[in-house]
Design a protein around this ligand. Structure first.
Ligand SMILES: [Zn+2]
Ligand SMILES: [Zn+2]
Length: 383
């Protein structure tokens, strides 16, 4: 499909450049965005010094205790820094050029003023794409900023100024979007930061008490040890709730955005639409080889563009298109077939499935203002 439109990438990027804010402001914003990361890095560096030098070298008298503490500390430190690094520096995945409108359709879309006709153009292009979700009102999800049709679970991040695949949230503490490419790293970052803080708090506690009760002589180590305990305990408490919340999300195969706003399928919004059962949900993020679960290496399943859903809604449009000669290219047909295969096992879930239609579900999408009008048409044509 993209081969017949060699100008795709240029075309898409031209649109972005035209809408970019001033460079100076953007540079300032980018610089300031690193402040939380620098703050965390400084706290981690200080904690390393305080634990290794002030506690282990200057305070702990027993050699055996020193060695054990230093060994465990360094393992948790390395895993924590490694997963933090990967979360920060893994670029978010963005929609591929297949999701850009072909040049002719793009020109048509831009010239067109009527949202219903724009929707028709989008629907025409979307027939060759593995799309199962819509806006709250049933329209094809399109990002005007990036000028792409949004794949399922993809959202536009205004901080990164790009559409991010399976976007979870934009995290200021890693100055990056957490999404398909780094969600596993983010979970491991939370895990190891919790392990790191718990270990520090637990091993420092007895010396914290000794300094507090004046069982140990006054020294410059006292200040570091006391603060080490306070800081570790404080981080522990704050990370714990976030960590348990994200574990719950992984078990449900739900992103933070989807937890607040259920994805909308053809049958309506369904917050469990991507849930495949607990173990399969875990495998979606961590992969099926348990050996790699605790390592910050990419093992998530899928390509980030299409996801198996538990809803077996036979798409009334795509199979019809498949039957038309030249209606779809082979890759797209295969993509649709792959998508529907894992659904069959959960088909019975559809019986008695109730949809919780709340105000939130009537959303249009981020940066899209005219979708509500467009949808009226879309619903009519689908019925
Ligand atoms: Zn976008
Ligand atoms: Zn972002």
């Amino acid at each position: 499909m993209d081969r017949s439109h060699p100008s795709f990438p240029v075309f898409c990027s031209q649109g972005r450049r035209k809408m970019a804010p001033t460079h100076v402001l953007r540079c300032c914003q980018r610089g300031l965005a690193w402040i939380p990361v620098i703050f965390i890095a400084l706290v981690v560096c200080w904690s390393y010094y305080a634990y290794v030098v002030e506690l282990c070298l200057f305070t702990i008298p027993s050699i055996l205790e020193k060695v054990v503490y230093l060994a465990v500390f360094h393992v948790s430190f390395i895993m924590f820094v490694w997963s933090y690094w990967k979360t920060i520096f893994t670029r978010p995945s963005t929609p591929s050029k297949e999701f850009c409108l072909p040049k002719s359709e793009k020109e048509q879309y831009e010239k067109e003023q009527r949202p219903e006709t724009q929707q028709e153009i989008l629907k025409r292009v979307a027939t060759s794409l593995p799309l199962y979700t819509r806006t709250g009102a049933g329209a094809i999800r399109y990002c005007d900023r990036c000028q792409v049709i949004k794949p399922d679970r993809c959202h536009h991040c205004s901080a990164c100024d790009m559409c991010v695949l399976k976007m979870d949230h934009h995290c200021p503490w890693v100055n990056n979007c957490v999404g398909f490419s780094n969600y596993k790293f983010f979970i491991l970052f939370l895990t190891y930061s919790l392990v790191y803080c718990l270990f520090i708090a637990a091993s420092v506690l007895q010396y914290f008490i000794k300094f507090w009760t004046s069982d140990l002589p006054e020294s410059h180590a006292k200040f570091h040890v006391l603060f080490l305990f306070f800081v570790a305990a404080m981080f522990c408490i704050s990370i714990l709730s976030l960590f348990t919340y994200h574990l719950w999300l992984v078990g449900k195969n739900r992103s933070t955005i989807e937890a607040f706003r259920a994805p909308v399928f053809r049958n309506g919004p369904d917050k469990n639409g991507f849930s495949l059962g607990f173990s399969k949900n875990i495998a979606q993020v961590f992969g099926d080889q348990k050996l790699y679960w605790l390592l910050p290496v990419f093992t998530s399943q899928g390509d980030g563009f299409s996801f198996p859903t538990r809803l077996v809604t036979v798409d009334p449009e795509q199979p019809t298109e498949c039957l038309q000669p030249g209606g779809l290219d082979k890759g797209a047909v295969e993509g649709s077939a792959e998508q529907t295969t894992p659904l069959s096992e959960s088909q019975n879930h559809l019986v008695g499935n109730d949809y919780h239609i709340e105000e939130d579900h009537k959303e249009t999408d981020i940066l899209k203002s005219d979708e509500s009008e467009a949808i009226i048409i879309s619903i009519e044509s689908e019925s």
